[in-house]
Design a protein around this ligand. Structure first.
Ligand SMILES: C[S@@+](CC[C@H](N)C(=O)[O-])C[C@H]1O[C@@H](n2cnc3c(N)ncnc32)[C@H](O)[C@@H]1O
Length: 337
């Protein structure tokens, strides 16, 4: 909540604009803070400094850390839309006027409040569905502001991760002539791949309400469909942050459709970008487990250890895989038939 407050107030961007460091008076001079709240600002700042979001020497001057640099609006490839929990101006206005929960952040927050009740309840619904009366994909299809905000949030994540994944693991995309990005959202990942490898013919498959909102740009083709039933044929199927939304049984079903899509194709493989639980770093390990609780609360999915990934690959008829770390909690997994 303190981080959300700092993001809402634009504190990382204000520190950056001030030359990379700012005292409390510097911040108060530029931030939109009411007169009677000025004496309070040092308290979230003190907490966020101890949490590693900012640093501060004894002189009381705050500086950005590697984390808060990702939250500066003028830095290209920032993660602000992602960290905001998809609170965009439109969704904020709609939430305020209707009193509904139109943002991913507020929807998820409400779902987390149901977690204890969910453990006691014998039903097979998710905490998200308990809180909102429908599953997360149903809510997105009915709530345009929620879907738009979620899409903006995932697009920021994709642009950021695509750049790093492509730089670190370019060989994964070389010699690929066609690629279908299953559950590819607004196509940001596919677009980044085509820009880096213009010879790849890229297709995005997603649900109808998602595909409807993607403007044609000549870079990627988008088709509406259900990955549980059919995945269009291609040399490579890419699944980024998709399988962690689904149970093992559903993942086996999705991966089986992917295997059919690449069958008899030269160099056929599936590329998964997701988490493999079990980092040497305590911070990354904790973040992986945190994301696992999010998946348990919002979806029917989970974050997986390598042995769990191995098991679903075997069940879906694949024979080999290779795990390549990307950055932080994310890895790229190549899976071969
Ligand atoms: C967590 S998002 C990931 C989006 C994108 N891959 C990214 O990383 O930015 C999961 C995506 O799966 C899509 N999806 C959910 N159910 C689907 C289905 N049955 N068939 C195709 N796509 C689906 C959602 O609409 C959403 O775009």
């Amino acid at each position: 909540m303190a981080l959300k407050c700092a993001i809402d107030l634009g504190i990382p961007s204000a520190i950056h604009r001030n030359g990379g460091s700012a005292s409390l008076p510097d911040l108060l001079a530029t931030l939109p803070i009411a007169e009677n709240k000025r004496p309070f600002l040092h308290r979230p700042m003190r907490f966020l400094t101890v949490s590693g979001i900012f640093t501060s020497a004894d002189d009381g001057v705050y500086q950005l850390t590697r984390v808060s640099r990702l939250l500066v609006d003028s830095i290209p490839l920032n993660l602000l839309p992602f960290a905001r929990g998809a609170v965009n101006e439109n969704s904020r206005k709609m939430s305020e006027t209707s009193g509904n929960f139109h943002t991913v952040f507020t929807r998820n927050f409400r779902s987390f409040l149901c977690l204890g009740e969910w453990f006691r309840d014998g039903g097979d619904t998710t905490p998200f569905a308990m809180a909102h009366g429908m599953d997360v994909w149903g809510a997105m299809s009915l709530d345009r502001a929620l879907a738009t905000g979620f899409s903006a949030s995932m697009a920021a994540n994709s642009k950021f991760l695509a750049e790093i994944a492509i730089r670190r693991h370019a060989e994964a995309f070389m010699n690929v002539s066609s690629l279908v990005n299953v559950g590819g959202g607004d196509g940001s990942m596919a677009r980044a791949i085509v820009k880096a490898f213009p010879h790849i013919k890229c297709l995005v498959l997603d649900l109808p309400h998602v595909v409807r909102g993607i403007p044609a740009d000549g870079f990627v083709e988008c088709v509406a469909g259900d990955m549980m039933d059919f995945v269009p044929p291609a040399n490579v199927v890419l699944l980024k942050l998709v399988l962690h939304d689904w149970s093992d049984e559903d993942c086996v079903r999705i991966l089986s459709r992917c295997r059919e899509a690449i069958s008899n194709r030269e160099g056929g493989k599936v590329i998964i970008i997701d988490t493999v639980i079990g980092s040497q770093s305590q911070q990354i390990y904790e973040a992986q487990l945190f994301l696992d609780l999010c998946m348990m609360t919002v979806t029917t999915g989970k974050e997986r250890e390598e042995k769990e990934w191995h098991m679903i690959f075997l069940k879906a008829g694949f024979t080999q895989y290779k795990i390549l770390p990307i950055l932080g909690i994310k890895s790229l997994i190549e899976v071969y038939p």
